[in-house]
Ligand binder design. Sequence first.
Ligand code: HAX
Length: 442
Amino acid sequence: MPNLKEKLFQKIKEWRPRTTKLVKEHGKVKIDEVTIEQCVGGMRDIKSLVTDISYLDPQEGIRFRGFLIPELLQRLPKVPGGDMPYVEGLFYLLLTGDVPTKAECDEVAEEFRKRAAVPQYVWDVLRAMPRDTHPMTMFSAAVLAMQRESVFAKAYDRGINKMDYWDTTYEDALNCVAKLPEIAAYIYRMKYRGDTIIAPDPKLDFGGNFAHMMGVPKPYDDVSRLYFILHSDHESGNVSAHTGHLVSSALSDMFYALSAMLNGLAGPLHGLANQEVLRWIQGVMTKMGGKVPTEDEMKKFVNDTLDGGQVIPGFGHAVLRKTDPRYAAQREFCEKHLPNDIIFKYVDMLFKVVPPILLARGKAKNPWPNVDAQSGVIQWYYGVREYDYYTVLFGVGRALGVSANIVWDRALGYALERPKSVTTEMLENWAANPKTAVAAGA
Ligand code: HAX
């Protein structure tokens, strides 16, 4: 058994009694209540999911296994010759909760390498799709097509003990994640680079190999590492993570769950916002004839968008109430590597202009930029200008966190998800007489 799996099993055995004890001895302790506004409004803030892999605080932002982003980037072992950590190291941390050594990163890299070969039928599926299919649809279809590879599904058919679900789920996680960089790069080269596919280089790490297969020179390897790490996890309630968790709660395997996760990520209010930011900026640039607008001109573009009943992509968040630290980390990268880039200047100006406008309008609870406001700029600068593709990069990263969560879901025996719905009439009756709502257990 590889060290990672052994260590994970050890952690699982230690953790299981905590969950069991909570449910058995304290199962009826109340931790939240639900209002009509939350019921109609997308279940905002209702505490009803458990994960120990990451936690999102509205003020300080995401912590991965307890580490804020700057700490994380500092603590994880760095790839020799680069400034960024191993993606493999992040995956090790998410799964086990321990910061890996360089040797442990190498071990995960070797595990991925052994499992990286993509079956020919995946390429056939992608090639059968019209070339103008959205790259997220292609990515999701490729992952779904591989469902026949699921080790968990085969083991379940044979009949396995619940306590062992995590083992084959872990195998599926590694088998699937290992293939994502090549699938993602293949989609890019097939669709946007005249079908000139670049073969993987097995000597390279996860991020380095992805950059190589994209055909983009250094420091795009570091860009990819940073990108995959920042997008990996954002606790469990966001649409992509929650979708992965929900689908796998029916014991649908990793391939079904990750494909569904990608479909959720492909919405413009979620991961697709990164392409929308670039689309919006390009629209402004066209109108400005390529010049950077003055602040007053930019304010007008922002107000026109809002008056047209549209959102400003890249701003706002359902949980965060401050500038997203994932935005800040990418901004720091831009300041170092592309301080004079024209699109970076646009994004920076939006950082000044948008929040006061959103605040003055009084609707958005968080006027500050989120992860998607800054990410496209970096891709554009390094020549990946087909912005429809950006959410695929987000998807490769998010698969790391969602798959790690699903392994733990199975290890701790998290239940089938089944919240209760009510009717509008029930809500109206409870609104008229709140006491009956409580009596009905609503
Ligand atoms: N532009 C205009 N209006 C906005 C806004 C924005 N950037 N952000 C929020 N609002 C509006 C909402 O549309 C909502 O309006 P209605 O009452 O008319 O429905 C109101 O302000 C209150 O919304 P909220 O409670 O502050 O925010 P939500 O939790 O409902 O939504 C969103 C959070 C991220 C979806 C929202 O801020 C948004 O649409 N932002 C733009 C799209 C975007 O950048 N999405 C990516 C978010 C990060 C992420 O998940 N990345 O993958």
